[in-house]
Write a protein that binds this ligand. Structure first.
Ligand code: GLA
Length: 728
């Protein structure tokens, strides 16, 4: 049974296959967090200790019991106003301006299946795969009802959380902070893992020891951001890839967020994730309800690899949707680095023809096909095909591409508007800007006010008119700036605009998928600036980074792999020297790195030598062979490319029979010792055969003493070793 309520001690226990989560209703109705760890039976309330502590307040109804204080108890959903001075999950203000509330237990419901969230992406699951717990809390005097939602995905070892806040009173309330998940650890020595970065260098992993004070990550940019990913991991200080306890919180949301790890005065640790409280003040009139986005949580007692595999399976089975999930994605060629804005239909067709000859199956026409978009200073919002530039209609171009046996994809950036555009001339008020104040401009563009239905609908109609001109198989959905000026003309409550904006984007994406159910959408935001589980609900792959350098990609894809499986990471081969950082790498290495994600090319094949073309044909044949592993296999990080001499990872089919080991040397010296990598996840007692050299190896030895990489001279050498289990 996934969810149990024990009436005798008022505990709620949530069980997944390998974890147990427990909370308890205290005598006066506070929800105390007891446990999240390895599967266990019993009641863990013995873990909560109490003492009469100086300066710790007591609830009015416990003033004679001075050891009862929320200043020290581990809590399930801490709210401001309770005497807990750590980072709160909920901050409410009433229309008199008074802060705080007093939430007490008011009942529960358990049902089969997984709850859904109105207008927001959330993990989906069949009736038999999940259970839902609704835990109701109330502040009678304020007229506030808070429902804590828990989705228990037993097999996936995942617990999801969300929160509904209802105004059941008679006065207007303002939600100043609503996080989706908060969890307290009564004691322990932990490390936090965060994924920081910048444009062209996203999701660099940082592991640091949790000390006193708060570590805060987040985004105030209206997007999940290049700077911090909405993924937070807490691990035992001694935890490794293969051993030790670790916990993850992954936000299913693409706008601003806040994550926090705080160690308090009594050495307790609090971990939190939810909406950014910055520029957030959500009004709730009597009868209204607010829905907080979902957080996916997972626990592993077997180290970080297992935790990542839980999150990968969660994304693959419970977040991604549509006909492309788990399926081979077309190897594509994208026009951006091949032509930038300088192309016409003939050039796109020439690109397609050359690429087709190499084995590529889809061509993507990137930025520059609409309005007078010949540079990045204009025309966003004018989604009409520039037939004069192309030299033909879009329909004709697509037909020419399809006649070669190739699929066709196109780039769009629906949420943006250029000041220099027809749309801006007609609807200047559609851009987010504060009246009377000059807006911030980035890449010469502004952000459309998608919190307004009329704005999103206007763009939707334009985009559909384009997509209806031919068979469009793929769309690259870009988003190339942060939101800086928050002001919508449709509301007096500007504190709701950023949240409503995201709902508008999600509504748009949902409508697009309803109308074009076979469309494959790849998310993008100046590379990987909006790489999150929220977008993945609509776009089963996301361009990982504008940085296509194979060696930087080792870092980026390594960091990304902590929360996201390889099949969602957009990765392409581009030219060398690399256009972002000037590094020179062998073609084979660029291909090996790109095969750690959805594979494709971002270069002009006409400029390749015959030898390079032959190599690319082989790469594509190899990728066709490896694609099922990338789509569905278990991912193992074998080294840390940021600190080790070799960046190595391995993907193993779920049944253990098929293995792809990839290793890239990141350092070269004279008279080098050989590098060895130790494999993981093989079937014990079996033998594995290298599919290229036909050499056989014992699985146990590969997992114990590893395998030497063939020695080769030169910088940045890549090795792809395909092993199959020998049966019988
Ligand atoms: C962003 C994307 C690029 C490309 C350009 C086009 O930077 O990340 O891949 O599509 O926009 O303007």
């Amino acid at each position: 049974m996934g969810i149990l309520f024990d009436d005798t001690n008022r505990t709620f226990t949530l069980n997944t296959e390998s974890s147990t989560y427990q909370m308890q209703v205290s005598g006066i109705g506070h929800i105390l967090h007891l446990y999240y760890g390895a599967s266990t039976r019993g009641c863990m309330d013995y873990l909560v200790t109490s003492a009469d502590r100086g300066f710790s307040g007591n609830p009015y109804d416990k003033q004679d019991e001075r050891s009862y204080s929320l200043d020290q108890f581990p809590q399930e959903y801490p709210f401001w106003g309770s005497g807990d001075f750590r980072s709160e999950a909920l901050m409410v203000r009433d229309d008199r301006g008074a802060w705080g509330c007093d939430l007490r237990y008011a009942g529960y419901e358990i049902e089969n299946g997984k709850y859904r969230l109105e207008g927001l992406p959330a993990a989906h699951a069949g009736e038999e795969e999940a259970q839902t717990l609704r835990l109701m809390l109330k502040d009678e005097s304020l007229g506030l009802e808070v429902t804590l939602l828990y989705g228990v995905l037993e097999k996936a070892d995942i617990i999801t959380r969300s929160v509904l806040v209802r105004n059941t009173g008679s006065r207007r309330l303002y939600l100043e902070k609503v996080l989706s998940a908060s969890m307290d650890f009564a004691w322990g020595d932990y490390d936090s893992l965060i994924f920081y970065g910048r444009h062209a260098m996203e999701r660099t992993m940082q592991r640091s020891r949790v000390g006193h004070g708060a570590l805060e990550i987040g985004s105030r940019r209206g997007m999940s951001s290049h700077q911090y990913n909405p993924l937070l991991i807490l691990a035992d200080h001694e935890a490794t890839e293969d051993a030790g306890r670790c916990w993850a919180m992954q936000f299913v949301y693409s706008g601003g967020f806040a994550g926090c790890v705080e160690k308090d005065q009594y050495d307790q640790t609090r971990m939190q994730m939810g909406l950014s409280p910055e520029q957030f003040s959500y009004p709730l009139d009597p009868g209204e309800m607010f829905t907080a986005p979902e957080v996916i949580m997972s626990f592993s007692a077997e180290g970080l690899t297992r935790l990542s595999q839980n999150l990968h399976a969660g994304i693959r089975r419970h977040i991604l949707r549509g006909p492309h999930v788990g399926k081979h994605r077309p190897v594509l060629i994208n026009s951006w680095e091949a032509a930038y804005f300088d192309f016409d239909a003939d050039k796109i067709c020439a690109l397609a023809k050359e690429a087709c000859d190499l084995g590529v199956s889809m061509v993507v026409m990137d930025d520059g096909w609409f309005g007078d978009r010949n540079d990045d200073c204009r025309a966003l919002g004018d989604w009409t095909v520039n037939e004069e530039k192309l030299g033909c209609s879009l329909g004709e171009l697509i037909r020419r591409i399809n006649d070669m046996g190739m699929k066709f994809g196109i780039w769009i950036e629906p949420e943006m508007i250029s000041e220099n555009s027809r749309l801006f001339a007609e609807h200047p008020d559609w851009a987010l800007a504060v009246p009377g104040r000059a807006p911030q401009i980035a890449r010469k563009q502004m952000v459309l006010d998608f919190s307004r239905k009329e704005v999103a609908d206007g763009i939707f109609d334009q985009i559909c008119a384009v997509l209806d001109q031919g068979k469009v198989d793929y769309v690259k959905w870009d988003y190339n700036r942060s939101i800086m000026d928050v002001w919508s003309m449709d509301t007096k409550d500007q504190g709701r605009v950023l949240y409503d904006y995201m709902l508008g984007v999600y509504r748009f994406l949902e409508r697009l998928l309803e109308r074009y159910p076979d469309l494959l959408i790849e998310g993008c935001s100046g590379g990987g600036g909006r790489f999150d589980a929220g977008m993945l609900y609509y776009t089963p792959q996301i361009w990982c980074s504008d940085n296509t350098d194979a060696i930087d990609r080792l870092w980026i894809q390594y960091g990304t792999s902590f929360g996201y499986p390889p099949d969602v990471m957009g990765a392409h081969v581009s030219v060398s020297p690399n256009e972002q950082n000037g590094r020179i790498t062998p073609l084979q290495t660029r291909a090996a790195a790109a095969m750690g994600g959805t594979f494709g090319y971002e270069l002009d094949p006409a400029k390749l030598t015959e030898e390079e073309k032959e190599e690319i044909r082989k790469e594509i044949r190899d990728y066709e062979r490896f694609a099922p592993l990338v789509q569905t296999g278990l991912y193992y990080r074998l080294t840390n490319p940021m600190t080790d001499l070799v960046g190595a990872w391995e993907i193993v089919s779920e049944d253990g029979s098929d293995v792809l080991l990839t290793a890239v040397t990141v350092n070269v010296h004279g008279n080098m010792p050989d590098s060895y990598v130790r494999l993981k996840g093989l079937t014990k007692g079996c033998f594995y055969r290298n599919e290229d050299t036909l050499q056989c190896y014992p699985a146990d030895a590969l997992m114990d003493s590893g395998m030497p990489l063939p020695s080769r001279k030169g910088e940045y050498q890549a090795y792809q070793i395909h092993l199959r289990r020998m049966e019988g």
